[in-house]
Design a protein around this ligand. Structure first.
Ligand SMILES: Nc1ncnc2c1ncn2[C@@H]1O[C@H](COP(=O)(O)OP(=O)(O)OP(=O)(O)O)[C@@H](O)[C@H]1O
Length: 451
């Protein structure tokens, strides 16, 4: 019979032991609880445990010293909990790569994430979670249990409590819009509007009108008043995605609004107050965009009261498989189906580097869901370039597949190959950026994770 990975627990303080034993993440392991206050190393060596949680205090110096010279370290990963007093032996153990040293006050969220990740890594044949459920932690609209996502959640909680403009920096498809939306949800503005604008998709002729609105008759074709996004987001949050792609001269206008807190709709004589929190984002390195004179440095400093890095999927240990299960669970629920990932497909997902980040992963699961009958096999997990896509589609498109599904596959594949860059995708597909956005809206592909 399959058994769970084994965990050895050596904690002397009863309150700490009780707190740890209350964690479901700890109880999923098969536990060996050591009662041997001062000679636990022999017990650990005999226990055949994969992981150990050890309270490292001054009384344990001898045992820790012995541990550092023992072959137990080759087989067991250790999590040490200490009160934080400087300790040569702990420094030595860390230098040997013995594991992680947590200092009081202990961050149980971080510990829990680490235990979950180790559980999945140690379990030789993880029991596939139900294809109808998702097991990752969630914060606002963001899903992920890895330590760097928990770090992001902590930052967002703090920043959300302020009114500061925030600048999100992260590769395409890492979830910057979801981060912005989550920031809004956790802020005091959550009962007001969240308005997202993609600055790269705004046509230079209409950009002022889109941002600040216009009055009837302001220009040919202005048949009625138009409310700009600053006014639509009044009291709430305005998300300016791909802000580094805004034409340079319009960046100066945006800067003026941020500085003065006022703007004037096109053709209007009167000013309006900009009572919004601006969250901007880019998938470039801001410094590069500034050096290339694509992005104004003064605007960067105005926007970046709080710069926040959104980590790429490759740094979110353990999250790729969890997110795949998450997207599949939602798709199954939506379609009243029960498609499941085979263990080989799970391995393929875990090993792939996901250059297009969460978006690429999500679209890959979308495609796999369409292609698979019941069990998602590695060949349904289509990654790779356009050439592969062409041959893949030829071999996989079943006769009678609705044209809409084929179009959707072509769009998702091209988006993934372009790492989420909508301009390049639209160009390759031979459609306008606006048409691409309309199609994405229609298919609900970008709103799936918001469910
Ligand atoms: N942590 C996450 N949990 C769930 N879904 C996510 C997560 N991160 C991203 N997604 C999904 O991945 C897709 C891309 O996310 P999003 O559009 O927010 O990325 P982005 O960084 O703003 O991309 P771009 O730079 O192209 O504008 C969306 O469908 C989103 O729902």
């Amino acid at each position: 019979m399959k058994t769970a990975p084994k965990l050895f627990l050596q904690i002397q303080q009863p309150e700490l032991a009780t707190e740890l034993l209350a964690l479901p993440s700890l109880r999923q392991f098969e536990l060996t609880i050591s009662q041997q206050g001062h000679c636990w190393l022999a017990q650990l060596a005999d226990s055949q445990c994969d992981l150990a949680i050890i309270e490292a205090n001054a009384e344990q110096q001898n045992q820790l010293q012995a541990l550092s010279q023992s072959s137990v370290l080759d087989k067991v990963q250790c999590l040490f909990l200490s009160q934080g007093e400087p300790s040569m032996i702990m420094d030595h153990l860390m230098g040997q790569g013995a594991g992680v040293h947590y200092r009081a006050p202990f961050n149980f969220t971080q510990l829990k994430a680490n235990l979950d990740e180790l559980f999945w890594a140690l379990d030789p044949s993880p029991q596939a979670p139900s294809p109808q459920t998702s097991y990752l932690d969630q914060f606002g609209l963001l899903v992920g249990s890895s330590p760097c996502m928990h770090q992001l959640y902590r930052t967002l909680r703090k920043v959300a409590a302020t009114n500061a403009n925030t600048f999100l920096i992260g590769e395409s498809g890492t979830g910057k819009e979801l981060v912005a939306n989550t920031l809004h949800l956790f802020s005091q503005r959550s009962d007001q509007a969240f308005i997202a604008v993609n600055c790269a998709a705004l046509s230079p002729e209409l950009i002022d009108s889109e941002l600040f609105g216009h009055v009837k008759g302001a220009f040919t074709g202005a048949h009625k008043d138009h409310i700009g996004v600053f006014e639509q987001a009044e009291g709430g949050t305005l998300f300016l995605d791909e802000v580094t792609e805004m034409p340079y001269e319009h960046q100066a206008k945006l800067l003026r609004v941020l500085e003065s807190g006022e703007y004037r709709p096109v053709g209007s004589q009167s000013f309006k107050q900009a009572k919004v929190r601006v969250v901007a984002a880019t998938n470039r390195t801001p410094k590069d965009a500034i050096d290339e004179e694509k992005f104004r440095e003064d605007l960067y400093f105005r926007l970046a009261h709080f710069p926040i890095q959104v980590p790429p999927l490759r740094n979110r240990q353990g999250d790729a498989v969890g997110l795949a299960q998450h997207f599949l669970a939602y798709r199954n629920t939506q379609d009243h189906s029960n498609k499941a990932l085979s263990s080989q497909a799970i391995n393929k997902i875990a090993q792939y580097q996901w250059p297009g980040n969460v978006r690429e992963l999500k679209h890959t699961i979308e495609r796999a869901f369409i292609l698979a009958e019941q069990t998602i096999l590695p060949e349904h997990i289509v990654t790779g370039g356009l050439a592969d896509a062409a041959s893949d589609s030829q071999s996989h498109i079943p006769a009678g597949m609705p044209l809409e599904d084929i179009e959707k596959m072509a769009i998702l594949k091209t988006l993934a190959d372009n790492q989420g860059n909508r301009n390049n995708t639209a160009q390759q597909l031979g459609i306008s950026v606006k048409t691409l956005y309309n199609k994405l809206d229609k298919y609900g592909t970008d709103s799936l994770a918001h469910v």
